[in-house]
Design a protein around this ligand. Sequence first.
Ligand SMILES: [Zn+2]
Length: 309
Amino acid sequence: MPRILLSAALLFSTALVAPVASAHKVHFSKQTQPTPVVTTDLGNGLYMLQGRGGNIGVLVGDDGVFVIDAQYADMAPGILSAIDGIAGDTPRYLVNTHWHGDHVGGNAIIGKAGATIIAHDGVRDRVTVDVTRDFFGQENTTPALEPEAWPVITFNDKMTLYLNGQTIRLVHTPNAHTDGDTFIIFEEANVIHTGDLMFNGAFPFVDITSGGSYAGFAAASEKILSKTNADTKIIPGHGPLAKPEDIEGILTMLSDTTRVLQAEIDAGKDLDTIVAENPLADWTTDWGRGFITTQNFTKLMFADLSAEE
Ligand SMILES: [Zn+2]
């Protein structure tokens, strides 16, 4: 896991937990990191759990506990404790939205607690081997996860589960945040978990080294939006609970910033010049929080747009 991602998740969790803590049940992890797990009841047996790392979705009921994403290993005991508090049970299924460490780090512990791990093929491809990536000019190796953390059921396009009165659609969208992303629809409850296909209120991070692209990210956003109506509750990968109009805002921002940067590239400017001139400065107030600063977003989008030419 690149250091930048780790610190990023910390920033996100700090920003997230404080404003909502008073309104929800709080369970504390017993590990060295005393990050609280904040539980939000979404109705119909569905919950959002927030701690350190990607937001977690939980569906409870007579058929067993279904969980989306696992944050970090040191968060897993607190997550299991929160789930036990809700359901009096351990997870039966765990779905990973993609392979990043702030979403799969707790896999082994939750898997050993009895969960069957499900993910897109691209997740298993990466967590079973050491992955070396170039990250903002620095080479970084993410070691393979231990075998207990590996998905044992994988799919390449879509999968459907029928549990606890919900039709649960797992939908893959190609080359977006990574090349192995899944978003999850709970049809009857009208709730969607986006994984990192949504960063609510922040510039989206696209992992180009894992096959991600901003065009794919926008296409994924459109696809998610097409599955919503005005009442849909959206659990984003990072940030507070979202509404469909929040995705519309992201699409507008992506379209506008892409147009601005493409004009700079078409004018023949190189990356250093563009970063120095900071043509996306106007977007910083609304989007420049968390780990993707305006400068990092500019660098990522420049690399992405340059690669497509
Ligand atoms: Zn991610």
